[in-house]
Design a protein around this ligand. Structure first.
Ligand SMILES: [Zn+2]
Length: 342
């Protein structure tokens, strides 16, 4: 147990995670104390995160975090915030306050993209609230100041909210483009129903090399494209275990973006790609009809064109990958291309 200026332990054992935990309380708990039991994670989540930092310093810490995640997943409906501050066992809930709390701190570190920034916020927090109490909102403000962006969404999802996102990923490589169609769902009863987050994907290539790409999931269904110069054999979601996310599926799907597979059909020039409200197509044979299909092959838009260059309004399309075909008046495919609507 920690006491101001002193830690007492009944046993040491052969790992020092408990020592690290109690030692961290000299700062997170004693130097700065949570102002309400509602915010006990400011003490116990951080002290638990010290166990991870200790593992990171001397071993491979991923096992610790994986285990913390699996403890958190046992509670789909509980929040890090303690809603009932008269209930001692809820305040000191092992899965939510300690393990999910530490996991949320780990996601704040991921959000920073930079350990210098992350640890600077922790130091500022210790200096600014030294000898005093703090609320979760105080910590949020310091991260917002460091990152220059509002983080209400983050704290609503991970501190007030409950449940976890589930990622269903389909991928396909066409030439030098790797397409990802990512659909994000959530565990039953999750609040909010959608968790906004950046996600790392690890691409494994034929020669055994790997590369990380990071995409920002801002909507439930989203398509992404990564340029690649080698054959992709596997895609893994969040390979380093940064995020709380309930296990989903990853699938190589040949039907995703059927385009351009040596069909001899000319490739059209489409821009901007990715597009927002409008897509310009050049190199058109006219008169013809533009047909746009979503990643499942369903036609979602048809428009006749008369000139060599035309603009198609795309604001009504859901974000994702699309295949565009140019059809002659007799229905023959005379041009094609693929694009992403953001
Ligand atoms: Zn503790």
């Amino acid at each position: 147990m920690e006491h101001q200026t002193m830690t007492t332990q009944s046993e040491m054992g052969d790992d020092f995670t408990l020592t690290a935990h109690e030692l961290f309380h000299q700062w997170f708990g004693d130097n700065v104390t949570c102002a309400s039991w509602e915010d006990i994670w400011l003490n116990e989540g951080f002290a638990s995160y010290a166990e991870y930092l200790y593992e990171q310093q001397y071993y491979d810490p991923r096992g610790w975090m994986n285990q913390a995640h699996s403890y958190a997943y046992r509670s789909l409906l509980g929040s890090v915030r303690v809603p009932d501050t008269t209930n001692v066992s809820r305040i000191f809930d092992h899965d939510l306050t300690y393990k999910k709390g530490a996991s949320v701190i780990h996601m704040l570190r991921y959000l920073c993209h930079d350990d210098t920034r992350f640890f600077r916020v922790l130091r500022t927090y210790q200096q600014q609230f030294s000898g005093r109490t703090a609320r979760t909102a105080d910590l949020q403000q310091l991260f917002e100041a460091e990152l220059g962006q509002p983080l209400d969404y983050f704290f609503n999802q991970w501190y007030r909210g409950n449940g976890y996102p589930i990622f269903t990923v389909r991928w396909n490589q066409v030439g030098r483009s790797l397409f990802l169609q990512v659909n994000e769902g959530a565990t039953a009863g999750a609040s909010p129903g959608f968790f906004r987050t950046e996600v790392d994907y690890q691409l494994t290539f034929q020669d055994g090399s790997t590369r990380l790409v990071r995409f920002n999931q801002t909507q439930a269904g989203q398509g992404f494209v990564a340029p690649v110069d080698n054959i992709v054999t596997d895609v893994a979601v969040d390979p380093n275990g940064w995020l709380l996310m309930y296990p989903g599926t990853v699938q190589h799907d040949n039907s995703l973006v059927l385009a351009a597979r040596a069909t001899g059909v000319p490739e059209l020039t489409l821009f901007p790609n990715p597009c927002h409200d409008a897509l310009t197509i050049s190199g058109l044979a006219s008169p013809a009809t533009v047909e746009i299909c979503d990643a499942t092959g369903r036609a979602v838009l048809r428009q006749p064109v008369q000139a060599a260059q035309a603009e198609v309004a795309t604001q009504a399309l859901a974000p994702g990958l699309y295949l565009l075909r140019l059809l002659s008046p007799t229905g023959e495919r005379v041009g094609q291309g693929k694009f992403v609507k953001q």
